[in-house]
Design a protein around this ligand. Structure first.
Ligand code: CFM
Length: 555
């Protein structure tokens, strides 16, 4: 299989394609006013792996400078769209003007399988909103919200209704939580609200935290039914974009794991309620859901490990880690058998495609996980990551969780509630003794750990947090990468510069890219994109050699 990018660190500092990365950094910020340049300089870092494995500190999770064109989204998007949106049987009502509901309607490609819940509920295709008008902005929107909850209940009889606040709701002071409590008592179903106004926090990351808190307070641990099955796990931070969760579920099933709940790809509310009965939490996207894992460990005693199902090697490694945790020989053998059966097809595809992709260069600027995870797939194709960054991740996602104690809490983060969580007097049940955990750790299984993106990138690469449009254009002009990974807002601007853009949020209608079958899909897609001749035809013929010449009559 391919060598992972981190092996190259042993070669010592590698300068960005013969160019001094510090000079590149200066070029990116040169045009900014001095104050802005100083701020951006903290968020643009030349990667350097020290002998002890540490990396430089990077500025992140701070406000975007007004006027810079950012890739970021808002707090409401992180709460309603990202974390709760993929659950098919909760009715998610946007309390706000119609635009917020409309523009968050079916724009994220989280898939779901309604046939796997008995009642077949699937509300994802609907858009529910209170459609606030001037009248509500002036006189308050609580009455309209009550009516909306009632109407949604009467029409659909869901198991749960969640309410998401948009900016004006916070500004006028509607108390969505008391409305939800009242309607919960009236209707006899779970109704809960989120104060996830768009302006809270500096990005959608704040919305993740608010969503994690809400789901922990209102749903997790409310159903103690013990399910049949062995090796019970939850998958946290897998949102089934392009069918990724389906491929992961296929593998888990083949290996013999019992998936209690996924947060929140292909999920239903009943699974969330019951997830505290699992014996291990797996974190796929650390940024969006680490709070749930931490809180579940404290309250119920479920340990967590970091996994990654993006990349064939990473998938095999994650399955092995999971099997090691349960210390069951039959499970370990079955996992090995699944890996042995699945890998040949992946290796065949990689060896066929790799000669065409070897040495090509990628740049990845995506939310809070994928800019890291997808470097694995590019490495498997022999491609090099020149530069990468997150839109909204925190220092621990860049530098590893070891820096958590150093992270200063600023006013924006203080704005987000930190739940006080303690062991549940009845339901706390440590799944392994401290000695058993220690002995697994001694064998190389790391608990509650994530080493972050930068330690896995080469020394000398550029790590750019919350990249601006200006910096993006500069990077393209300076390096003309073979592929740029970002989202729909960036796609056509960058393609007009002659560089193919792979959407790593929505996958451009493709996917799945997780697991073994997903890796093969990705290899084929990247081969098609980086080797297309279309990019060479970008200059119109008349731009290269004009056939007509003219003179002004007055000359
Ligand atoms: Fe996690 Fe995500 Fe991501 Fe994210 Fe997102 Fe997404 Fe993303 Mo778009 S939860 S941090 S808030 S992996 S929607 S599925 S692709 S920015 S890198």
């Amino acid at each position: 299989m391919a060598t992972a990018a981190k092996d190259n660190n042993s070669q010592g500092p590698i300068v960005l394609e013969g160019q001094d990365p510090e000079k590149i950094k200066n070029q990116l910020i040169k045009k900014y006013p001095p104050k802005v340049a100083r701020k951006r300089a903290k968020q643009i870092v030349v990667n350097k792996i020290e002998p002890d494995g540490t990396v430089p500190a990077i500025g992140s999770n701070v406000r975007t400078v007004p006027g810079l064109i950012s890739q970021r989204g808002c707090c409401y998007a992180g709460c309603k769209g990202v974390v709760l949106g993929p659950t098919r049987d909760i009715i998610n009502i946007t309390h706000g003007p119609v635009g917020c509901g409309f523009y968050s309607w079916l724009t994220r490609r989280n898939q779901t399988d309604p046939d796997s819940t008995p009642d077949g509920h699937n509300f994802i295709p609907y858009c529910f909103t209170t459609d606030m008008q001037e009248e509500e902005i002036i006189f308050g929107g609580e009455k309209k919200l009550k009516l909306a909850i009632q109407e949604a209940y009467d029409n659909f009889h869901p198991k749960a209704i969640a309410v998401f606040s948009t900016c004006p709701v916070g500004l006028i002071g509607d108390d969505v939580h008391s409305v939800c409590r009242e309607m919960k008592a009236k209707l006899g179903i779970n109704v809960f609200g989120f104060s996830c106004e768009g302006y809270k926090g500096v990005s959608q990351s704040a919305g993740h935290h608010i969503a994690n808190n809400g789901i922990f307070k209102h749903v997790i641990g409310t159903d103690d039914t013990v399910q049949d099955g062995e090796f019970k796990i939850n998958m946290l931070g897998e949102y089934n974009i392009g069918g990724d969760a389906f491929e992961i579920e296929r593998l888990l099933d083949l290996c013999g794991f019992t998936l209690i709940s996924t947060f929140s790809g292909n999920s239903s509310i009943d699974k969330f309620a019951n997830c505290h009965t699992a014996d291990l939490n797996l974190i796929m996207c650390h940024r969006s859901i680490n709070y749930v894992a931490e809180m579940m460990e404290k309250k119920y005693g479920v340990p967590w490990i970091k996994v990654n199902f993006i990349g064939a090697e990473a998938t095999a490694k994650s399955l092995r880690k999971m099997a090691a945790y349960f210390e069951d020989h039959k499970l370990i053998d079955r996992v090995e058998a699944v890996i042995a059966a699945e890998l040949p097809e992946v290796e065949k595809a990689a060896s066929r495609i790799r000669p065409r992709t070897e040495g090509k260069r990628a740049m990845l600027f995506v939310g809070g996980s994928r800019a890291h995870h997808y470097q694995e797939l590019f490495a498997e194709l022999g491609m090099k990551t020149l530069s990468a960054g997150y839109e909204f991740a925190h220092r621990d996602d860049y530098e590893g969780r070891r820096v958590l104690p150093e992270i200063k809490v600023d006013a924006d983060s203080r704005n987000i509630e930190e739940l006080e969580v303690t062991a549940d007097p009845d339901k706390f049940n440590p799944r392994k003794s401290p000695e058993a955990l220690k002995s697994l750790e001694d064998k190389g299984l790391e608990f509650s750990g994530y080493e972050g993106m930068m330690p896995e990138m080469e020394t000398g690469t550029l790590v750019i947090d919350d990249i601006s449009h200006h910096e993006t254009e500069k990077m393209i002009a300076l390096f003309k990468p073979d592929i740029f990974c970002a989202g729909i807002k960036e796609k056509y601007v960058i393609q007009k510069l002659g560089v193919p853009l792979k959407q790593l949020h929505s996958y451009d209608y493709g996917g799945p890219y997780a697991g073994f079958k997903g890796a093969v899909n990705f290899y084929k897609e990247i081969d098609r994109m980086v080797n297309s001749r279309i990019w060479g035809y970008l200059k119109a013929p008349w731009q290269k050699s004009p056939e007509l010449a003219a003179r002004y009559g007055t000359d």
